[in-house]
Design a protein around this ligand. Structure first.
Ligand code: SF4
Length: 341
């Protein structure tokens, strides 16, 4: 009897612990219509000197306790547009702890229209390793109607600049923006597959309390994606990104305690990532079954994937049963790869 051995479809990536430093709205030219960083990050808007002092004290403490190593990550604002001396001061702090072995890498998020090659080279020389660009989309209509202030071409130019400066590149997309039309997200995914960043984050657009988008939603000028559509589109998108060898390091905003009551509308689910990952894996198994060319009898699942195979709340049991793989014929195995026989 023929059998197949195959790997999980997710590209391999180095895993490290991230130490996030939130700088809500710092350096931003305005507030984007969907953005409520103080809610999304669970951090109040604070002066940068206070942030610097707190991070230094927290890192000292982590060092004393023998924790780490970590990647230091500056999120929630526009790092490359911080007032002049702050990027250097943050990077000097990171460098101090890199020399002590606590920090192994430094990354930041920023806007595509706030980077240039000389500036990025300078920041790279000061210890910055990766830039995550909050592109959100490369579609001109969606970018315009969302008031982002740059074009799809600007996103390409920014990605090129990060690469030309010798830094690693991350790209963040936001499916379901105002101005969404046709097949925008899947087109964005195809564009990102061509850009080939080192990683991506996918944050479906939510309506958060106090944002301009909440006003638009209440005036019937904006309709968020449904959860069903979001899961469907993300499944297609993640499958394409994984196939292109691009890791997806985050799907949906983190389930911060204070976040749920602030989501007025939109496709939020605490297990969104798990649900989508499991569906992409299911698609992969379906493809293997087609290649097998007959009804399967047994699926061996590596232990490390046992928690995800059936999806959130075992929602995919029925899909596997329809493939001919009922619960009894799916076994967890002490192997690195899947086996289908
Ligand atoms: S989306 Fe980015 S640029 Fe816009 S306000 Fe939020 S953090 Fe600032």
């Amino acid at each position: 009897m023929n059998s197949l051995v195959f790997s999980h479809p997710e590209p391999q990536r180095p895993r490290s612990r991230i130490w996030p430093v939130f700088i809500p709205f710092a350096g931003c030219p305005g507030r984007c219509v969907f953005c409520a960083q103080h809610i999304q990050t669970g951090c109040a808007q604070t002066g940068l000197d206070t942030v610097l002092k707190k991070v230094e004290a927290d890192l000292e403490r982590a060092l004393e306790l023998g924790r780490g190593p970590y990647e230091l990550a500056f999120f929630g604002g526009t790092f490359t547009a911080l007032p002049e001396e702050y990027p250097s001061r943050f990077l000097a702090l990171s460098d101090k702890f890199r020399k002590l072995g606590l920090i192994i890498k430094t990354r930041c998020s920023t806007r595509p229209d706030r980077v240039t090659i000389p500036m990025l080279k300078e920041l790279g020389a000061q210890g910055l390793d990766m830039v995550e660009l909050g592109a959100q989309s490369l579609d001109n209509k969606a970018l315009k109607e969302s008031g982002r202030g740059y074009s799809g071409d600007d996103v390409h130019t920014a990605c090129d600049a990060v690469r030309a400066a010798g830094l690693e590149l991350g790209v963040q997309l936001m499916p379901g923006l105002p101005g969404d039309h046709d097949d925008v997200f899947q087109k964005d995914v195809r564009a990102v597959c061509n850009i080939k960043p080192d990683n991506t984050r996918l944050y479906p657009c939510l309506v958060l309390r106090g944002t301009e988008l909440e006003k638009w939603w209440r005036e019937d000028r904006y309709e968020p994606w449904t959860l069903a559509r979001t899961i469907r589109e993300l499944t297609l998108g993640v499958a394409a990104l994984w196939k292109a060898g691009i890791p997806v390091i985050r799907m949906g905003v983190a389930p911060e305690e204070d976040l749920a009551p602030e989501i007025v509308a939109g496709p939020w689910h605490p297990a969104l990532g798990q649900s989508v990952r499991a569906r992409v894996l299911l698609k992969h198994v379906q493809e293997q079954v087609r290649q097998l060319g007959r009804a399967p009898e047994r699926l061996g699942v590596p232990f490390r994937h046992s928690g995800e195979i059936f999806g959130h709340a075992r929602e995919l049991l029925g899909d596997y049963a329809r493939l001919g793989l009922d619960r009894e014929s799916i076994r967890m195995v002490d192997k690195k790869r899947f086996t289908l026989s």
